[in-house]
Design a protein around this ligand. Structure first.
Ligand code: BGC
Length: 350
């Protein structure tokens, strides 16, 4: 079932809609046209909302942490905001330490997306579309982009991205939801556990820019091949973890092939107390695990108080700074190509 409601309006009066996807078990995901944002993911039986979020447009516009947003054109960082495609140099907007983070000063996360398709069934879905003009934040080409959210009866929330461009460009969308599988108001995630199906990661400098190396995780704190508590990661004294005050790193999900569009199992997040699990699958090469290290104190939905480590982001992506690293899978989208990628989050309760 699908319902559409008015969520609020932008300062210029443009309406922001909330689309509620409800599956046959009554569980719901609410998607906003502002930023193609996952505002809520509610489990009826457990009375739990799995994602951080806000109750008003004003709070979303005041949020600097991309809570729940669809991020683009280029999620994560591009060093100095510079890259070239076939010898053509591009300078894009820089908004963090002289680098481009999450699409630059005015990325996709605060745009109003058009609701272009709705499929009302017991696996409801909504498609939102955005046209990013040629030169948007410095990125070449007019990009037509779409994101479809589907909630199925196995409580799998699937996010499918498509895009095409009229000039060669780069495209790297992600979903920036802060999950807390104990409930959005339940505080720090230290006791939750994570396992990654990723035997390599991309070491980075203290600005989060990869050095270019793809390094095996074995024998290091980045080895998450067995379930480990998030506390183990957050409180680790490895210099790369100290530099980011917790996890804020890109892992290389095993088995990526550029020609394959199938999703692969990437991560399992577990709440040992309730046995609840969040399973992440993706067709993308990388997964940034970000433990909300820099989330400041703020008020969330229904009086919740958020602060550092109150959620964990599982951001599927091309590796950071891929436009400048020829050995990394390429984020270049050619004029004649169609971009397609899929990432899904499935909640399993006992
Ligand atoms: C980045 C963090 C950044 C955060 C912003 C994450 O994807 O990797 O470094 O602080 O987004 O909310």
């Amino acid at each position: 079932m699908i319902t559409r409601n008015r969520f609020g309006h932008m300062p210029d009066g443009t309406q922001v809609e909330a689309v509620t996807l409800e599956n046959a078990t009554g569980n719901q995901a609410v998607i906003l046209s502002l930023g193609a944002t996952i505002q809520k993911w509610y489990l009826v039986k457990e009375s739990i909302d799995l994602v951080l979020g806000f109750g008003s447009v004003e709070e979303y516009l005041g949020d600097a942490h991309y809570i729940g947003r669809t991020v683009g054109r280029y999620a994560n960082r591009i060093a100095k905001g510079m890259f070239s495609i076939d010898g053509d140099n591009h300078q894009v907007s820089v908004n963090q330490n002289g680098n481009c983070l999450h699409g630059g000063e005015s990325g996709f996360h605060n745009r109003i997306w058009d609701i272009t398709d709705i499929q009302d069934s017991d696996t409801p879905s909504v498609t939102m579309s955005l046209t990013s003009p040629d030169g948007d934040q410095g990125f070449p080409g007019q990009l037509q982009t779409q994101v479809t959210f589907t909630l199925d009866n196995d409580d799998c929330l699937t996010i499918h991205y498509e895009a095409s461009t009229d000039k060669d460009t780069v495209y790297n969308p992600t979903q920036h939801t802060y999950f807390n599988i104990c409930g959005q108001e339940s505080g720090e995630v230290h006791n939750q556990q994570v396992r990654l199906i990723a035997s390599q990661y991309t070491p980075a400098n203290d600005q989060g820019i990869p050095t270019g190396e793809i390094r095996a995780t074995k024998g290091s704190p980045f080895d998450l091949s067995e379930l480990r508590s998030l506390a183990d990661l957050i409180q680790n004294s490895h210099p790369e973890i100290l530099a980011t005050n917790g996890a804020d790193h890109n892992w290389c999900v095993d088995g990526f092939e550029p020609s394959q569009s199938e999703q692969r199992l990437a991560a399992v997040l577990v709440d040992p107390k309730s046995g609840r699990k969040l399973i992440t699958r993706t067709s993308m090469p990388g997964l940034q695990i970000y433990t909300a290290n820099f989330l400041g104190q703020c008020k969330g939905k229904q009086g919740a108080e958020y602060g550092p480590f109150h959620g964990v982001c599982l951001e599927s992506q091309f590796y950071p700074n891929s436009p400048n690293e020829p050995a990394f899978p390429s984020p270049v989208l050619r004029k004649e190509q169609k971009f397609k990628s899929t990432t899904s989050y499935q909640i399993v309760t006992k």
